[in-house]
Design a protein around this ligand. Structure first.
Ligand code: R5P
Length: 316
């Protein structure tokens, strides 16, 4: 059994960390995480953590390398301060898309990051909706892989008319994800035939497999980055007769022209979680974006991990 529970936050998503701490019923622990003028990141833990069960909340979102470095240095500081266990809560795991050697002479960066986190001293990872579940296996320490699916399910059941709904995966890789949501919403699925050409972010949607005519399509993906995938499939869904289009993604990266693309698309609402903060005005003011909080889910997970209870209930 672990004695004291302490929750720390890096700078990546302090709003989320505060919300999690509130749900967990304890204040965020005191640490300074900042950069010197020479661009070096520095961390100082301002309270005793000897023998403590520590959790660091830090999504590795934009600026990815800075946030990752903060996390690594926080782990190191806690390790050298004799924390008993260091749990890294990484609601959004950057570099997750570089998870296989699918071209000659390319890295598997997700595996590299897993190795670096472990070498730094992480004892456990708490992640959410990793780009591919296999990334869990890149770590040789326990990984609790949470899902925002119950949060989306609850919200959709309460707020959307699901009578003619169909869950759409933008590509074949996301079929299982779409099927899980469709099962919970008791509706069918359709799949986009999406291809990516080259190394850039550009994708093309060639066809839709499944019946979407006259239906309310809910496009379901793990990530919205530039918005290319979602907006392209939305257009093809309209061409195939879909009457209404919603989209839901666990992680709203919203890079480049994502918000503009979304505004100009037939997507009525985009549901994302707060794993990544909505940093700039455009994103906050975009009427189409609805952010659902994962704070309570993370707080329950942290408390259950601390008391060594099963997390199964979080998937129901
Ligand atoms: C791809 O495999 C992912 O699941 C997402 O579809 C993709 O990352 C979204 O990127 P973008 O918004 O730039 O099309």
């Amino acid at each position: 059994m672990y004695s004291r529970l302490k929750i720390f936050s890096g700078n990546a998503n302090i709003k989320l960390s505060n919300e999690v701490a509130k749900y967990a019923g304890i204040p965020l622990s005191d640490a300074e995480v900042f950069k010197f003028s020479n661009d070096n990141t520095f961390v100082k833990i301002n309270e005793n953590v000897r023998g403590a069960d520590t959790f660091i909340i830090q999504p590795t979102c934009y600026p990815v390398n800075d946030n990752l470095m903060e996390l690594l240095i926080m782990i190191d500081a806690l390790k050298r301060a004799s924390a008993q266990r260091i749990n890294c809560v990484i609601p959004y795991f950057g570099y997750a898309r570089t998870d296989k050697k699918d071209q000659p002479r390319v890295p598997i960066t997700a595996k590299l990051i897993a190795d670096i986190l472990t070498t730094a001293g992480a004892n456990r990872i708490v992640a959410m909706d990793l780009h591919s579940s296999q990334i869990q296996g890149f770590f040789n320490i326990p990984v609790d892989h949470l899902s925002a699916l119950p949060i989306f399910t609850r919200y959709f059941k309460a707020h959307l008319d699901l009578a003619d709904a169909v869950v759409v995966s933008p590509d074949t890789g996301g079929t299982d994800r779409a099927r899980s949501l469709a099962k919970k919403l008791r509706c069918g699925i359709a799949i986009g035939d999406k291809r990516r050409a080259g190394n850039d972010n550009k994708s093309v949607v060639l066809n839709i497999i499944g019946d979407v005519k006259g239906k309310t399509a809910i496009i379901f993906d793990d990530i919205i980055d530039t918005g290319g995938s979602l907006t392209k499939i939305a257009k093809v869904l309209i061409e195939h007769g879909a009457k209404k289009i919603f989209a839901a993604c666990s992680h709203g990266i919203l890079s480049g022209y994502a918000v503009k693309n979304l505004e100009n698309s037939p997507i009525e609402k985009l549901f994302i979680t707060n794993s990544i903060p909505l940093s700039d005005k455009d994103k906050v003011n975009c009427k189409k974006i609805v952010q659902l909080s994962i704070a309570e889910l993370l707080a329950i997970a942290i408390k259950k991990i601390h008391t060594e209870e099963s997390l199964s209930i979080l998937f129901r």
